[in-house]
Write a protein that binds this ligand. Structure first.
Ligand code: NAD
Length: 277
């Protein structure tokens, strides 16, 4: 029987645990506050930003919201970040990506203090992860590890294959699986014979951004399949990078889309916001 990994339920449980933690800390006079900056009014970004604010409210984390005009200059954005870095009431800073073309994302990410880098994108955070030091970890891959742990899926010694090498998902995913003592292979668009490499995996994590790329030919019998991808199909329904119906019977466990990895990203962001409480 294939286990369907219920990210929605796990995410709710984590948010409830954090709610309790935040209430306890509040009683000791300690609070957390997330500053969210959005530049322009891209509708998808507005939905993400709103969901983050709602999650903060649910847990009891304060939130400050900065909705800046599309034409905001890079200097103005950097000076806002400087002031939030200095603000003792603010424990986390998040700049919603993507930014308008005239603003350099790398420069902005580097300006956020690593102490408040709740997205885990700053090179200091990435470096800390790669050498096994404490620091903020990118939310989506952290959410995948949390799902595996909460479903008692052993990582140590397992053959783990990650497809996709982006800075925000694939690379930190590989580092985290390595930290958990998995034997990790990181695949990308230049990987030769992707099917054969994926077929070795006990745990296959897919983050390529290609709808239903991974079908039964890529999956070993009994594998755990984690689908990070999310796409809206022509019929309006969502699908992942994995052809769910096609691989379902082969897997020992699988994340659905929606309701798998997606809800975990925001739960891990909230966890990061509470990290230094
Ligand atoms: P990206 O476009 O930055 O990176 C994609 C990676 O896949 C690249 O490294 C590329 O080399 C690799 N790739 C592309 N085509 C390939 C192929 N045919 N074979 C092998 N490798 C290939 O994407 P990303 O930001 O890592 O996101 C990946 C997917 O995850 C997207 O669908 C995105 O929407 C989704 N995503 C979901 C969440 C979430 O919270 N669930 C968060 C971030 C991203």
């Amino acid at each position: 029987m294939t286990v369907i990994i219920d990210g929605k339920a796990v995410s709710k449980r984590i948010k409830d645990e954090l709610k309790e933690l935040v209430a306890n800390k509040k009683a000791q006079g300690k609070t957390a506050c997330l500053a969210v900056i959005q530049v322009g009014n891209d509708p998808a970004s507005s939905v993400y930003v709103n969901n983050k604010k709602k999650a903060c409210e649910y847990i009891g984390i304060g939130s400050k919201s900065y909705e800046l005009k599309e034409e905001t200059s890079q200097e103005e954005l950097l000076s806002l970040i400087d002031s939030l870095n200095e603000d003792d009431d603010v424990s986390g800073i998040l700049v919603q990506l993507p930014l308008p073309g005239h603003i350099n994302e790398d420069t902005v990410i580097r300006r956020i203090s690593p102490k408040k880098d709740v997205d885990g994108f700053h090179p200091m955070s990435v470096g800390a992860l790669s050498i096994g030091e404490d620091g903020f970890v990118s939310c989506t891959p952290q959410g995948v590890i949390e799902l595996l742990k909460r479903y008692d899926i052993e990582i140590s010694g397992k053959e783990c294959v990650v497809v996709g090498r982006s800075n925000i998902v694939g690379k930190p995913m590989a580092m985290l699986l390595l930290r958990e003592n998995g034997t990790v292979t990181l695949c990308h668009s230049k990987t030769r014979d992707l099917k054969a490499v994926c077929k070795r995996a006990d745990i296959l994590v897919v983050a390529v951004g290609k709808p239903k790329l991974i079908d039964h030919e890529y999956v070993k019998e009994g594998a755990v399949v984690i689908d990070v991808g999310i796409h809206r199909m022509e019929n309006g329904k969502l699908c992942g990078d994995v052809d769910y119906e096609d691989v379902y019977d082969l897997c020992s466990a699988i994340t659905p889309v929606p309701g798998g990895v997606g809800p975990m990203t925001i739960a891990m962001l909230m966890k990061n916001c509470c990290k230094n409480l």
